[in-house]
Design a protein around this ligand. Structure first.
Ligand SMILES: NC(=O)c1ccc[n+]([C@@H]2O[C@H](COP(=O)([O-])OP(=O)(O)OC[C@H]3O[C@@H](n4cnc5c(N)ncnc54)[C@H](O)[C@@H]3O)[C@@H](O)[C@H]2O)c1
Length: 438
């Protein structure tokens, strides 16, 4: 099928609504890698290999050597933020990367200035900034974003673009009537319906411009029928939501293991302290609610308590996020897991993850951007469930079951790449049968 994938040519513009800790760590990292100053650790598109054929054939090339992805040398960057700081100033403020890392990149990062944001404090209560569009309706804002996309593509000399939402977590919203069809959504734009948040305006603008859209935050953004239909209609890939980084990454690594070994779980208590701007935004109960929902869903789906009631039906799962400014981006996440084994005897596991949120998120932004661009060139449109690997709360089609198990997600991602490049998917089954070497 490789010949069915439109080739990469020219430059790929990566647009990020939000140019805070995650976006600037991502951009700085890409440039640092391009200059040979760092390694793209954590990125599948840059570092992972993919087995093709049987194990005995020893064919294990790098993903990027088999899959026609845009190379890092051809990436250009742009974004929006309500704060006018350029990417260098924003990175210094975010305080994820130290002076030694940022200083050699200052010339490059200073040249990336945010476009004015479509922003409304009703949706992110803890923030206020001057670099915002002042227009009379949501329709006008969406049209202005579309124009920004077109201008940025031509100004940067790119042949195409992808968009990854790296903006703040908006308040928790659920889909309502304005989200049920394209017509209802467009009427909602004309009426400035309160159900339509700024991130939905960016998603709409991206889709209308043929630009793939991935949502890195937990808010309702493209995960409702109107934008799902619009994405299919315009042949545009969409994906979400909420980057799977620290604690949820750990959870979706550990829980499948407990279940595979038929160990019971009585309780899973997760608490975090974090002090970056994201933590400040999440200190607002409405934004926290959006995060709580995406963080809480994974265990039920992995453990299937309906199939194993005596092991998981009474599991008490609690997630807390505490804003604690001294920590900045260096989050600490504690998990206390009460498990039980043979004859019901209890045991405890404690996980103390001293992580760096944006260091974990940056390679996800890169991989999503490159894979979403690949999806578009492969004519895959609508929801990209094969990219569930990267999300806390994967966006799936109505009626589909969400897969949270990191290992199943990983296999699915790689098999999709195998099929896209005309290779056989790998089931690992042949390894079990003598006479058919794996
Ligand atoms: N860091 C992680 O590990 C991680 C994991 C999962 C999800 N996320 C999500 O990614 C997002 C970014 O995280 P971060 O740490 O970079 O936060 P951040 O606060 O440093 O950056 C977010 C930026 O978005 C801007 N913004 C908010 N609304 C906007 C709008 N409507 N238009 C344009 N800009 C807007 C803010 O001004 C801010 O600069 C958050 O929603 C966070 O919840 C982060």
């Amino acid at each position: 099928m490789t010949d069915k994938i439109a080739p990469h040519d020219g430059k790929l513009l990566i647009l990020t609504p939000g140019m805070g800790a995650v976006a600037t760590t991502f951009i700085a990292g890409c440039e640092s890698v391009r200059r040979g100053l760092s390694r793209p650790i954590g990125s599948l598109t840059q570092m992972q290999t993919i087995r093709l054929g049987k194990r005995s054939e020893s064919r294990q090339p790098l993903i990027r050597d088999v899959v026609p992805l845009a190379p890092m040398s051809d990436l250009v960057f742009g974004g929006w933020d309500l704060f006018p700081d350029n990417a260098y100033e924003a990175a210094v403020r975010a305080d994820v990367l130290d002076h030694k890392t940022l200083a050699p990149l200052e010339d490059f990062l200073s040249g990336i200035k945010p476009m004015s944001a479509a922003f409304n404090r009703d949706y992110v209560k803890r923030l206020d900034g001057p670099n915002v569009k002042k227009l009379p309706s949501k329709r006008a804002l969406a049209e202005a974003l579309r124009e920004d996309i077109r201008n940025k593509i031509s100004e940067s000399g790119a042949s195409r673009a992808v968009m990854v939402w790296c903006g703040s977590t908006e308040v928790h919203l659920t889909a309502r009537s304005c989200h049920q069809s394209i017509e209802a959504f467009e009427k909602g734009l004309d009426d400035s319906d309160p159900g339509i948040s700024p991130s939905q305006l960016y998603a709409y603008a991206a889709i209308k411009e043929g630009v793939p859209y991935a949502n890195g935050a937990p808010n309702l953004s493209a995960d409702f029928p109107a934008l799902e239909d619009l994405a299919r209609e315009h042949g545009v890939p969409i994906a979400g939501k909420d980057f799977k980084t620290g604690q949820t990454l750990m959870k979706t690594i550990l829980a499948p293991g407990f279940k595979a070994r038929m160990l019971g779980i009585a309780g899973w208590f997760s608490t975090n302290i974090l002090g970056n701007r994201d933590g400040e935004v999440l200190d607002d109960p409405d934004s926290f609610r959006a995060k709580e929902v995406t963080k809480s869903g994974c265990l039920d789906s992995i453990l299937e308590p309906q199939s194993y009631p005596e092991l998981y039906e009474d599991l008490y799962h609690k997630v807390r996020i505490n804003y604690y400014p001294p920590r900045g981006d260096a989050k600490e996440g504690w998990d206390n897991i009460d498990i039980f084994g043979w004859m019901g005897y209890p045991m405890q596991i404690k996980v103390d993850f001293l992580c760096r949120d944006s260091i974990l998120a940056a390679p996800i932004v890169l991989d999503l951007a490159l894979f979403m661009d690949l999806a578009k060139r492969s004519k895959l449109s609508g929801i990209q469930e094969w990219l569930s690997f990267y999300f806390k709360s994967p966006h799936v089609a109505q009626g589909h079951v969400t897969e949270h198990d990191l290992f199943i997600q990983h296999m699915r991602l790689k098999n999709t790449l195998r099929v896209l490049t005309g290779n056989e998917p790998i089931t690992h089954l042949s390894e079990s049968f003598a006479g058919d070497p794996a």
